[in-house]
Design a protein around this ligand. Structure first.
Ligand code: AMP
Length: 118
């Protein structure tokens, strides 16, 4: 497994430090090291799948990830103001860590998304 694949495994095993926001038996949520919004938390299933399409093979675990994203929003106080849940999938989307994770972004007005502006 490459470093980019195993990084989140090492965070789950507490071998790499992270600011943990919430945890259950199946999911870990921790702050993104390079936040793209005032609130930017990653929600990671402890069992590794490459991307969200592969995670869908275990619908209960996929639901755990989405439920955890909503829990994170609640803990961060952004349920009412709003938030975005993003699964980057493969290279055009900018996926760099190939252990599926939901980005939970909010805490301020978010920009549009889609085609690169540059
Ligand atoms: P993606 O580009 O969708 O694969 O998202 C990977 C995310 O992991 C990026 O937003 C990175 O900033 C974040 N990241 C990389 N290393 C760490 C780390 N050690 N702790 C927390 N977040 C990280």
């Amino acid at each position: 497994m490459s470093d980019a694949e195993s990084l989140f495994e090492r965070i789950i095993a507490r071998e790499v430090p992270a600011e943990i926001v919430w945890e259950s038996d199946t999911v870990l949520a921790f702050r993104d090291i390079n936040p793209q919004a005032k609130t930017h938390v990653l929600v990671v299933p402890k069992k590794r799948f490459r991307n969200v399409a592969e995670l869908a093979a275990e619908p209960e675990l996929l639901a755990d990830v989405i439920t955890a994203a909503a829990k994170v929003a609640e803990l961060e106080g952004i349920t009412e103001s709003g938030y975005r849940v993003v699964f980057n999938t493969e290279l055009d989307a900018g996926q760099t860590v190939f252990h599926v994770h939901a980005h939970v972004l909010g805490g301020e007005q978010l920009g549009f998304f889609g085609r690169h502006s540059g």
